[in-house]
Design a protein around this ligand. Structure first.
Ligand SMILES: O=P(O)(O)OC[C@H]1O[C@H](OP(=O)(O)OP(=O)(O)O)[C@H](O)[C@@H]1O
Ligand SMILES: Nc1ncnc2[nH]cnc12
Length: 186
């Protein structure tokens, strides 16, 4: 496996790249799993990633939506840094209020995502955050939830993009055209 290429030459991104561990055949044979736990365990590196994401966000963001579960790890601190609320997009059966739901396929399975209908308001500009873009199914479904509530996805932000899986093109088919990935494979 070749090393990940930073999309920017920022030393904070290069440091983060050095702390992402490649785990072959997890959770299934053939999957090269990108383990972010060494990055999360280094407070300086973790903070550097949040800072770069915040500096890269478009102006006028009203809310950050993060996707369960690893999207929460980056989305929640980013919302605090931007001074806006955090809205969780969750796996089914976890949110107590009235939700909208979307079904989708994953690199290794299928799933459903849900969001409270009062989490965001029509017309708001949302930053949609996850740790990793693979096939794009998760973020496409998340974007559909946000669009169904009448809000706009101003930008999608991920730390890692598995560039050979076509996720970016898939996101474009869902109307998600502004995509920032800090690191891309290979
Ligand atoms: O682009 P895709 O092919 O949709 O895959 C990317 C998604 O897969 C992972 O989540 P996972 O479903 O493994 O859940 P987790 O965050 O709870 O570990 C990752 O955190 C992304 O959300
Ligand atoms: N290869 C991968 N590594 C980590 N998380 C993932 N989610 C989907 N594909 C993944």
């Amino acid at each position: 496996m070749e090393p990940m290429k930073p999309e920017t030459s920022d030393p904070r991104v290069e440091h983060a790249a050095s702390l992402i561990r490649n785990v072959p055949d997890f959770p299934k044979p053939g999957i090269q799993f990108k383990d972010i736990t060494p990055l999360l365990g280094d407070s300086g590196a973790f903070e550097g990633v949040i800072d770069v994401l915040a500096e890269s966000a478009p102006a006028g963001i009203d809310a950050v939506c993060g996707v369960e579960s690893r999207g929460f790890l980056f989305g929640a601190p980013l919302a605090l840094r931007l001074g806006v609320g955090f809205v969780p997009i969750r796996k089914p059966g976890k949110l107590p209020g009235t939700v909208v739901e979307e079904h989708f396929d994953l690199e290794y399975g299928s799933s459903v995502l849900a969001m409270h209908i009062d989490g965001i308001q029509a017309g708001q500009r949302v930053l949609l955050v996850d740790d990793l873009l693979a096939t794009g199914g998760t973020l496409c479904a998340s974007g559909k939830l946000i669009h169904r509530l009448g809000a706009e996805v101003a930008q999608v932000q991920v730390v890692i993009e598995l560039a050979d899986l076509g996720g970016r093109a898939n996101l474009a088919t869902c109307g998600l055209n502004e995509v920032l990935a800090l690191l891309q494979t290979p």
